[in-house]
Design a binder for this molecule. Structure first.
Ligand SMILES: *Cc1c(COP(=O)(O)O)cnc(C)c1O
Length: 423
């Protein structure tokens, strides 16, 4: 489904004109379509019918409480990478016993919080983390449920910044080392080894790397079970890509279907499945709504200078990522030109799109599509720019789910040292 459609030449979010949101909330702002979030989650659910499974939304893609509450209401689990994300899940009404905790750098304090909340499983990324987890669980008189995150050494075929499954990456434990650790389970009296985990990267657009990774992980599961280690689930991570431009990522049905077939092929059909999708659940359900401040032409180029910057949405600047840009109201009275759509930030990387054919004038509204994942979540206040508002739409109504930061928010918590002397 696409919740962002034109009606009589005007772009809507579900049944709300985006121009109405801009008039009420101002720009730039993120706009999310609730129906599309729900549809994306239900696609996973439907593909998993008849299979013991939990879809753990990867909070880091978009951690707004209203987004988390939407998934919590659907019965989702959550994949977290910090204590902050755990507390967000709890604040949004999510069930901590459906939380899995990933990441190479879990601090002692974060592990304590997670144990206190009795989370479902720790995805452990090193032997040192196992020692720390066992010690803290012992001190708290608890048993921590554990999966080892295996690094299967496969090339995800994605941008190098978001590939995580190669042996030179910092993530996970090599297969052979993981096998040895599982066999030494008795050394860790306060750990219960219940799963095997694997996450090889983000924005994957082919099935092959997923399949290759699982073909390395599942024999380990079968072997461990044969040796009496009661592995109950395999966590296949996240990473399913979306179509930003011309990519043809596998459908959720094809992806989940492939995983299920592989379980059967390895004689592990009774294994529970955990998925950790982030982008695939939220990216297409969000846009960044922005206004053209100036149109500027030089000898060689036309620029549309917008009121959103790379601090608000960094994907194009950071990864050279392509995102579709559309006008909110189609203009018939202005000839189309090829614009570089740029922000106000003092960096030449502050470009949202190059040579985009648009009919626009200063003052017009634009949307940058597919901004629901790694959009606001990666926003900063660089250039002393308050972070934008976030809006959730449902049918014909909308709500501000995060207010625009104020100028005073920019220096909240800052102070002068108090020892200034006249110079
Ligand atoms: C980032 C991440 C995800 C989500 O990745 P997407 O590409 O957004 O699906 C899932 N699991 C782990 C461990 C991650 O680091």
């Amino acid at each position: 489904m696409d919740a962002f459609c034109y009606r009589d030449g005007e772009l809507y979010a579900e049944d709300v004109p985006l121009a109405q949101i801009a008039a009420s909330v101002g720009t730039p702002c993120y706009v999310y379509a609730r129906s599309q979030l729900i549809a994306a989650y239900r696609t996973f659910e439907a593909a998993l019918a008849g299979q013991e499974a939990l879809v753990c939304y990867a909070v880091k893609a978009n951690a707004n409480l209203a987004i988390l509450a939407t998934f919590a209401a659907l019965g989702a689990g959550f994949d977290i990478v910090s204590a902050g994300e755990l507390e967000r899940v709890v604040a949004a009404g999510g069930d901590p016993r459906r939380v899995v905790f990933s990441g190479v750098g879990k601090t002692g304090a974060e592990i304590e919080r997670a144990l206190a909340h009795d989370i479902l499983c720790f995805n452990v990324e090193s032997p040192a983390e196992l020692d720390r987890l066992d010690a803290i669980a012992a001190r708290m008189d608890k048993v921590a449920r554990v999966s080892l995150r295996v690094n299967p050494d496969v090339d995800a075929g994605t941008h190098p910044y978001i590939a995580t499954g190669l042996k030179e990456n910092k993530f996970g434990i090599a297969l052979a080392a993981a096998r040895d650790l599982y066999r030494q389970a008795a050394r860790y009296p306060h750990l219960q080894f219940m799963g095997v985990d694997c996450h090889i990267g983000s924005q994957l657009t082919e099935l092959r790397p997923f399949a290759d990774a699982l073909d390395r992980v599942l024999p380990l599961v079968a072997e461990l079970r044969a040796q009496g280690v009661p592995i109950r689930h395999v966590d296949v991570g996240g990473g399913l890509g979306i179509r930003y431009r011309e990519e043809r990522p596998p459908t959720v049905e094809a992806y989940v279907g492939q995983v299920r077939e592989q379980l059967v092929a390895h004689g592990l059909a009774d294994l529970a499945l955990l998925f950790e999708p982030g982008r695939a659940l939220v990216a297409a359900a969000g846009v960044l709504l922005t206004r053209v401040e100036y149109v500027k032409s030089t000898d060689t180029k036309h620029f549309a200078v917008i009121d959103a910057g790379m601090n608000d949405l960094i994907r194009p600047a950071l990864y050279g990522a392509y995102q579709v840009i559309q006008t909110v109201r189609a203009r018939a009275d202005t000839p189309g030109l090829d614009y570089d759509v740029v922000g106000p930030v003092c960096e030449s990387a502050d470009v949202f799109g190059r040579s985009r054919h648009l009919r626009l004038q200063a003052g017009d509204l634009l949307v940058i599509r597919d901004a629901g994942a790694y959009g606001f979540a990666m926003a900063s206040q660089y250039n002393a720019r308050p972070r934008p508002a976030e809006v959730l739409v449902e049918g014909n109504r909308f709500a501000v789910v995060r207010t625009r930061e104020t100028l005073a928010d920019l220096w909240r918590g800052e102070s002068l040292p108090g020892w200034e002397a006249p110079l």
